[in-house]
Design a protein around this ligand. Structure first.
Ligand SMILES: [Zn+2]
Ligand SMILES: [Zn+2]
Length: 786
């Protein structure tokens, strides 16, 4: 039966014609996926769908490369779940409310929000958003995001906004919302209160001013150091540390404020740090959070020195109307002139700034609506411990945040392009009028929902001009996609969502607010799993900022290398949850792997896909290695850590399959000196490995895998396949180490002797590798050594 193949080889023709992977194919493939309706949710009877609470991205300019990488990986979650055999709901939403888009609109159209009629400004915002959104969707499709684009939702759509408003009305009725005036973070640039979750800290240079206060009872000087001399007018107390022996004698005496001449008490208090400045500290309303706590603790009455416009109020006397910076300069001059200035030190101060505009925030008491969260903290911690976190360590970010929350969530904003707070007020008695849910309300232009005040009978009302914090909308995305209160049957299957994928930068906002809000509305956490990704940094590991000039634009990179290279880079760059570096060089490296894979596929496409029942030892060996690869890759896939399969597969392809197996079977695949049955065994094995690799890589590089798959194996897409089973014996893996060592040794000897790889060499196959003798002798042209 072992008939030798004749010397006249049949001419082998590759079924893959193109010598190079052309990533222009990606667009065509995407269109065919859309046409085939591949990514519509197909509900299976009795099977819970895998629901992804996709983060609705926020269009406000160029999409950050780190975010594009993150969405590529969210797509890998969807594809992985489909290949595990679960129907997947992968909604596409766009978050279109709030401040960043207002700021973007102002700069794009050279207008000022507060100087433009509201209706007109809203139209401009919508126009700007539509353009940004279409670019964003283009990028989503460019990277192969397999979401349901037809069911796209927008958080500024009337259907979504009425959903947010209805949730507010319900919580109002449940008594979870109240209005209160308390010192709050206020950003002058944004003109609104902001939540603690949106405050960041920056080390900013500042001046520490040492000022002489006079002690009333003794006439002595008391030096006090401050970074906020313009707030002297709002000082209500001076504190010294009880253990500070320098000041024991003056406790309970009085200090006279410079410039203003008003007297305040000097009290011992542990908050005074002996090593800060002179150790004596003035307490103002409000220089910082310590001031807030002390005013509350000691029942001091506040003096509001800064207004909403960022200028000093009449309390500041001669400095009224000046900006904070102007007033600071002026008062320093005046103190100098009056001989009250002791010295000025340059220092750096950990300053709270607005996370949107970077402006140092002021603490101003304002009337705002609050959503209760303090009462829910024990429950929220309990929920945080029941949710599965990928990676598990990132649960701590949420727990740390929950442990630091000290006030309820201020939810009202003095902005325009966001969901309106659905409240009117009676002009006579001031009572709030709350409408019924189920409709989209714009109190700034719509008439009140009642004709008479139920309390006083008045017929005149005024709508609340404010809007909600945008997290009020996005925090109920899990409810919206599950059709809460719209389709009860669907809701039961789709809520809670299976997974919440998001970046770790929005744990204390989006993750926290989602759990809080959805729990308040449904009594359940909104999802069972949370996938928390690291952030994209620049090549040096620094955060990207326009001001630093280190921002990497993802579009030219996608243009140059294609989506698959970008995706493979994103998966292989860092373990899930760690920050990753974005560099063109690294993406070019991923591109090289794709070229390798393409060349390999094209080589295999020269040979027919055939069956075999008589595998040789080398075939059994590579299938053993393939089995181990499947097992290791699936560990990563099941945890949605794509770093694992990406690197395992790359190593296998490069280090094992291409370098060793392919070289071993090349002569056999071409039939040089082998039987037909032996040749067919090589063909069978090559195709089995390639077919398995394509399926295994499909979630990571959906384009190239599908292209090759359709060329070689099916008229259907690879994306309806299930993950391969690790079904081959692992027995032959015991030879791997010896085989690799032997091959390397032969190559080294040939190199040292200046021989070509095909040149013959006098050498025996070692005893341990005798099962592979036939292939190894051909591979290296070995001549038996006497
Ligand atoms: Zn701001
Ligand atoms: Zn009334």
């Amino acid at each position: 039966m072992s008939s030798k193949i004749s010397e006249n080889q049949p001419k082998f023709e590759p079924r893959i014609k193109e010598k190079r992977w052309n990533h222009q194919f990606e667009q065509q493939l995407f269109n065919s996926w859309q046409k085939e309706g591949l990514y519509k949710l197909k509900l299976a009877k009795g099977k819970r769908p895998f629901v992804i609470d996709t983060p609705p991205p926020y269009p406000s300019g160029t999409w950050h490369i780190g975010a594009v990488a993150q969405y590529s990986q969210i797509d890998m979650i969807a594809r992985t779940s489909r290949m595990l055999g679960t129907p997947v709901l992968f909604p596409i939403g766009i978050d279109r409310n709030g401040l960043p888009v207002e700021i973007y609109t102002e700069s794009l159209y050279k207008v000022k929000m507060r100087e433009t009629p509201r209706e007109e400004f809203i139209d401009l915002c919508r126009k700007a958003l539509d353009e940004l959104e279409s670019k964003m969707l283009e990028t989503m499709q460019r990277i192969g995001l397999s979401g349901d684009y037809e069911a796209k939702y927008r958080t500024d759509d009337p259907s979504y906004r009425k959903f947010t408003q209805a949730s507010f009305i319900r919580l109002w009725k449940q008594g979870l919302i109240y209005e209160a005036s308390r010192p709050n973070n206020f950003c002058h640039d944004c003109g609104t209160t902001i939540a603690d979750a949106e405050v960041e800290y920056k080390e900013l240079p500042t001046r520490l001013i040492y000022v002489n206060f006079k002690i009333k009872e003794t006439g002595d000087n008391l030096v006090i150091a401050t970074t906020r001399p313009e707030l002297i007018c709002s000082c209500q107390l001076v504190i010294v540390n009880p253990n500070d022996t320098r000041y024991t004698q003056i406790q309970r005496l009085h200090a006279i404020l410079p410039i203003y001449g008003r007297e305040v008490e000097i009290r011992p208090h542990p908050s005074a740090q002996q090593e800060f400045g002179s150790g004596a500290v003035m307490i103002c309303s409000y220089g910082d959070y310590t001031d807030v706590l002390l005013f509350r603790e000691l029942g001091l009455s506040e003096i509001i020195a800064t207004g909403q416009d960022g200028r000093l109020t009449k309390e500041a006397g001669q400095y009224q109307g000046l900006t904070i910076a102007e007033a600071r300069d002026k008062i320093i001059d005046d103190l100098k002139t009056q001989g009250l200035l002791v010295k000025i030190e340059s220092t750096r101060h950990r300053t709270p700034v607005c996370s949107r505009s970077g402006t140092p925030i002021e603490i101003i008491p304002m009337k705002e609506y609050y959503l209760k969260q303090i009462d829910f903290l024990p429950k929220l911690k309990e929920l945080a411990n029941t949710i599965v976190f990928y990676p598990n360590a990132n649960r701590q970010i949420l727990l740390d945040w929950l442990n630091s929350i000290a006030i309820d969530w201020p939810i009202s904003r003095r902005r325009v392009y966001a969901t309106e707070i659905p409240v009117w007020y009676c002009m006579m008695c001031g009572d709030p009028i709350i409408p019924r849910g189920g409709q989209y309300y714009r109190p700034w232009k719509d008439p009140a929902p009642v004709s008479q005040c139920p309390k006083c009978g008045s017929t005149e009302f005024e709508g609340d001009p404010r809007t909600f914090d945008t997290w009020m909308d996005s925090s109920i995305s899990a409810l919206f996609i599950a059709k809460y209160k719209r389709d009860n049957r669907f809701f039961k299957r789709a809520y809670p969502a299976t997974i919440r994928p998001q970046g770790k930068d929005i744990v204390r906002t989006w993750l926290h607010y989602s759990i809080l809000r959805c729990y308040q509305l449904t009594g359940h956490a909104p999802f069972t799993h949370a996938w928390i990704a690291g952030l994209g940094m620049d090549e040096q590991g620094q955060a990207m900022h326009k001001s630093k000039g280190n921002v990497v634009d993802p579009l030219p990179i996608l243009e140059k290398f294609g989506a698959d290279s970008f995706r493979f880079w994103s998966a292989s760059e860092a373990t899930h949850g760690s920050d990753f570096r974005c560099s063109e060089l690294r993406i070019a490296g991923a591109h090289k792997f794709l070229t390798k894979l393409w060349n390999l596929s094209r080589f295999i496409s020269f040979f027919p896909d055939s069956k075999s029942t008589s595998l040789m030892a080398s075939d059994k060996w590579i299938l053993s290695e393939l089995t181990k690869l499947i097992e290791r890759s699936m560990v990563g896939y099941r945890e949605f850590d794509f770093f694992v399969p990406a690197n395992e597969i790359r190593d296998f392809v490069w280090e094992t399959f291409a370098s060793h197996y392919l070289e071993m079977v090349k002569p056999r695949a071409y039939g040089q000196g082998f039987t037909k049955s032996q040749q067919r065994a090589a063909w069978y094995t090559l195709h089995t490995v390639l077919r398995t690799l394509l399926i295994l890589l499909a979630p990571l590089i959906p384009y190239m895998t599908d292209y090759v798959w359709r060329q070689l194996y099916s008229k259907h897409t690879v994306h309806i396949e299930r993950f391969p089973r690790a079904r081959w014996s692992r027995a032959y893996s015991k030879y791997t180490e010896q085989m690799v060592t032997f091959n390397k040794e032969v190559w080294k000897i040939k190199e040292e002797r200046n021989l070509a790889l095909r040149d013959s060499l006098e050498m025996n196959v070692p005893q341990g590798l005798l099962p592979f003798k036939t292939d190894l002798v051909k591979m290296h042209s070995l001549m038996p050594k006497a």
